[in-house]
Ligand binder design. Structure first.
Ligand code: GAR
Length: 193
């Protein structure tokens, strides 16, 4: 069994998809800890629903990015996780953090990277009249939504789509893609960069 730590900031629908896949045995891994940088988010309720250990580490309570990142590492490193999974975790991480977890830190982003990085991927895809969008799982480095791409899934963008309908379509694919990538990683079929 591989050991996973999941970092969230909000809804946690990807956390739920991964937790389900682990619970029913589709992914040979256990979620050892969920960390949220925001209190009172739905993702924490979802963690509870799956009886997962969770912690809140609020970034606002630290006076620098480095101190917040170190507090995260203090929780994560003793677990000796095989994989740290960013699932809607909306903070940029320092180089010290990404270096400490090099090859074990992955993120999901709601676009076909390198197109539309940043916090408004769906808005940007629609504004650019893209005919396709999707989601990307990638290894994380200290850049914004950068780092080697592992796998992507496409969706069609219709002229009738708005941000919400596109987000919903992409999330459906994320919930398939993320457990699939974690399964492949657990089987040793994804090489770390
Ligand atoms: C997901 O769509 C994920 O791709 C996105 O946040 C959403 C989180 O949803 N992440 C980013 O935009 C990272 N740049 P969830 O909390 O329901 O899993």
């Amino acid at each position: 069994m591989k050991k996973i730590v999941v970092l969230i900031s909000g809804g946690g629908s990807n956390l739920e998809a991964i937790a389900k896949a682990c619970q029913i045995g589709n992914v040979p891994a256990t979620i050892e800890l969920v960390i949220s940088n925001q209190p009172n988010v739905k993702g924490l309720d979802r963690a509870k629903k799956f009886h997962l250990m969770s912690k809140v580490i609020e970034h606002q309570k630290f006076n620098s990015r480095d101190k917040f990142d170190q507090a995260l590492l203090n929780q994560i490193l003793p677990i000796e996780p095989d994989l740290v999974v960013l699932a809607g975790f909306m903070r940029i991480l320092s180089k010290d953090f990404t270096d400490a977890l090099s090859g074990k830190l992955i993120n999901i982003h709601p676009s076909l990277l390198p197109d539309f990085p940043g916090a408004h991927a769906h808005r940007d895809a629609i504004a650019a009249r893209a005919s396709k969008s999707g989601c990307t799982v990638h290894f994380v480095d200290s850049g914004m939504d950068s780092g080697p791409i592992i796998m992507q899934k496409e969706v069609e963008v219709l002229s009738s789509d708005d941000e919400d309908s596109l987000a919903e379509k992409v999330k459906k694919q994320e919930h398939i893609l993320y457990p699939q990538v974690i399964d492949l990683f657990s089987a040793g079929e994804i090489e770390s960069p």
